[in-house]
Design a protein around this ligand. Structure first.
Ligand code: NAD
Length: 257
């Protein structure tokens, strides 16, 4: 329904879960997708699959928390063709409260979930400005606005993603750069499967059901449901929207009481 024909998009963490669904949706809509991903093998496999089915994708092994790597890579991509869309999706989770989160874990969440987003903004916005505009979509979480129990560092990091979204939307309003974020509640991805396997070994299926029931709508979202919203928000049809947080939460924020 929404076209990204002749658009070039960067998708961080674009080889798994929500990022994979976004890479696939964008490629199906006609974009050339650059997958910026720490898992090199998976990224190549996803790019190969997209290319084999008539889409256009390129895999780029990268750690978004390393500014020098990010600036060099985005500079190389921009030298080949103008970049139109940046999706800051890469993120990692951590379980813990303020007094049970070790410094190394806090720093890791900060480096990937916050600094990783900043690095990609820092590297991409100059190209958007030079090209007359662009679209940014950040992956926040319902944790940003309501906090999730036992997810202290993660909630903090997603709060920062939400406020970076607002800051960027304001700072570049006059430069034709739109910036929004999506706040999903639980989405059934390897992120969730990994958490269940680690936290509840042998009880994954039971806990999956239990977690699904914590969503007012009674199930988790599917990654492609996030991909569809991302496609809309990054398309020209969404040209009137900037500085907004789009909950995709099965009622989690407003109907959970
Ligand atoms: P996922 O683990 O399936 O995918 C994350 C991807 O990011 C992976 O491919 C991983 O290799 C990549 N990545 C991790 N660190 C990286 C780094 N330093 N540099 C580059 N790539 C890196 O997770 P997902 O569930 O698809 O989550 C995607 C985003 O959505 C995250 O930001 C997450 O916080 C957010 N989110 C997820 C849920 C959920 O329930 N799954 C809910 C709300 C928000």
């Amino acid at each position: 329904m929404f076209s990204l024909k002749n658009k070039t998009a960067l998708v961080t963490g674009g080889a798994s879960g929500i990022g994979l669904a976004i890479s696939q949706a964008f490629a199906q809509a006609g974009a050339t997708v650059h997958i910026l991903e720490i898992n090199a093998e998976l990224a190549q496999q996803v790019a190969d699959d997209i290319n084999a089915t008539g889409g256009q994708a390129e895999a780029h092994p990268i750690d978004v928390s390393d500014q020098a790597q990010v600036v060099a890579l985005i500079g190389q991509i921009a030298a080949q063709s103008p970049i139109h869309i940046l999706v800051n999706n890469a993120g990692v989770a951590h379980v813990g409260k303020a007094d049970t989160t070790e410094e190394a874990d806090f720093d890791r969440i900060f480096r990937i979930n916050i600094k990783g987003v900043y690095n990609c903004l820092y590297a991409t916005i100059p190209h958007f400005k030079a090209n007359g505009g662009g679209v940014i979509l950040n992956m926040a979480s319902v944790a940003a606005s309501v906090g999730i129990p036992d997810r202290f560092a993660y909630s903090m990091s997603k709060g920062a993603v939400l406020t970076m979204t607002l800051s960027v939307a304001k700072d570049y309003l006059k430069e034709n750069i739109r910036c929004n974020c999506i706040s999903p509640a639980r989405v059934h991805t390897p992120f969730v499967d990994g958490f269940l396997a680690k936290s509840y070994p042998g009880q994954e299926a039971e806990m999956f059901e239990k977690l699904s029931k914590t969503q007012p709508i009674g199930r988790m979202a599917e990654p492609k449901e996030v991909g569809a919203l991302a496609l809309y928000l990054c398309s020209d049809e969404a040209g009137f929207t900037t500085g907004c947080d789009y909950p995709l939460d099965g009622g989690f924020i407003r109907l959970n009481n």
